[in-house]
Design a protein around this ligand. Structure first.
Ligand SMILES: [Mg+2]
Length: 260
């Protein structure tokens, strides 16, 4: 029963696509769901791209997604800061997705001495940016990280993720950040609010146990681990807290069978 759940939350990288390559079964499944009247949500720890850029990438793979259905850790972090630090100043280490998200909220973006330091992946990171972040945090700024991913899958292999640089700042200052992305549940809170649904109606589908599956388990919704990404099924089977479902792939027939 594909409509056993009505709020599908798909992880993106490793689940719907691998870098620049779409996962054909995922594209087909999303089409089936949309024909059933279920418009999925996409939740990603990647703060580099804006919802508009993600939307364009999905469109190139044949997936029509509304920007409002795309929840990035950048959007979630801006939401969180608007809720808790409105009117304060913020220093940002990140790429366009994070900068654009903060342009829409009531916080002044500054280069040094901010009340809040927000950190996401920044592939143009420099010693100067790290130094300014450390100085602000030592002066008492609140330290918030979009996500703690150690590594990100790319065509070149696993490269350092946002979490690696966050660790550097944490090591230097002795201050641990607050994390917004998966496995924290803030992204799922946003989905639940936007969809006005009950937890029993929601399912999170992802390839990474430590981010996707744990986020779903902690939030109290169904989870499905899909093979072919970061965490192998063998590794998932060794974990104490197990996902609700194991999926070999995202073919609609596979889902039908597993959800029976
Ligand atoms: Mg993934």
């Amino acid at each position: 029963m594909i409509n056993k759940y009505t709020v599908y939350c798909f992880d993106l990288d490793g689940t719907v696509y691998h870098g620049t390559e779409p996962v054909e079964e995922a594209v087909a499944l999303i089409d089936v769901l949309q024909k059933e009247g279920i418009d999925p949500y996409y939740i990603t720890n990647n703060s580099a791209a804006s919802p508009k850029e993600v939307q364009q990438k999905l469109k190139a793979f044949g997936i029509e997604a509304k920007q409002s259905q795309i929840m990035t850790s950048a959007i979630a972090t801006a939401h969180y800061c608007q809720e808790h630090y409105r009117g304060k100043t913020v220093q940002i280490i990140g790429e366009t997705g994070l900068h654009e998200a903060f342009e829409t909220i009531e916080m002044e973006i500054v280069d040094t001495g901010a009340d809040v330091v927000v950190m996401g992946i920044d592939r143009g990171i420099s010693y100067e940016k790290l130094a300014n972040a450390c100085l602000a945090i030592r002066e008492g700024a609140t330290f918030i990280a979009t996500n703690g991913d150690k590594a990100i899958p790319t065509e070149r292999g696993l490269l350092p993720g946002a979490g690696s640089f966050v660790k550097l700042v944490e090591f230097s200052t002795g201050v641990a950040p607050m994390f917004i992305g998966k496995p924290e549940s803030y992204l799922l809170t946003l989905v639940q609010e936007a969809s006005r649904s009950r937890k029993e109606e929601m399912i999170l589908i992802g390839d990474n146990y430590d981010t996707d599956i744990l986020a779903g388990i902690r939030y109290g919704i169904a989870t499905a681990h899909v093979e072919g990404g970061v965490t192998s099924k063998e590794e998932v089977l060794t974990k104490e807290e197990k996902p609700t479902y194991y999926l070999k792939n995202l073919a609609a027939e596979t889902i039908q069978k597993v959800f029976e």
